[in-house]
Design a binder for this molecule. Sequence first.
Ligand SMILES: [Zn+2]
Length: 265
Amino acid sequence: MKLRLMDFGALTADEGWVFEAGGVSTHSDTNPASPRRDYHMSGAMIEHPKHGLILYEIGPAPNWEELWPPPVKEVFGITRYTDENRLDNILKQAGYSVNDVKGIIIGHMHLDHAGGLEFFRGLDVPVYVHEDEIKYSFYAIATKQDFGAYLPHYIDSAFNFKPVFGDECELFEGITLYKTPGHTPGTMSLRAELSSGENFLFTSDTMFFKENYFDEQPTGWLTRDMGGWWKSLAKLKIIADRHNCQVILGHDGDIFKEHLGKVYT
Ligand SMILES: [Zn+2]
């Protein structure tokens, strides 16, 4: 099995979305600055010896500028996305095309992680998503609740969605999925165990940045279930400890850059 990271660019947004009480005023600082931060967008390309090319999270749609509603672009606008960040070009660099992809695993169905399904329109590639996330994302579109984080262009029954059930599932040999809710009801983290014995744990947006995971700083306005988040944090730490994992967080560019450009086997 070979594993490498994919770089889908970055968006820039207020820190309050990812850190509880980010920019909050206090008695001694009544009007603090509300800092902004780059949210790196990334995914993983896994070449599996039995199941072929598998992707974990696929970034935004290439034509996001026309598909994302103006309020979403105002709050979470993408500030870095060039031809190099397009999924089809990333696959080409590795010697593949979108037609070679045998499976797509989506950690959660937000627009910056699953919008790249647009590259697979008309193809019948299986898209593995947790049962709870499939249900919630279609519900969010139908009711306009959480609209903006989920968009109808890719939450579309034309795609070949395959539900993943339960708290833990070894989908393919060496690829284990864990339900880790908090940010969304059905976010799935992924652990890849390579033949070298090295383990990678991808948290999707259950953990956005180093501060969330390593300093246990709770997530901000993007959290849908705070109690669930604390349980997921504890679960992820046990998994990471048990398997001595390299942990890759949803939007942390510093950790991402340590691994970008390397091929792990
Ligand atoms: Zn995200």
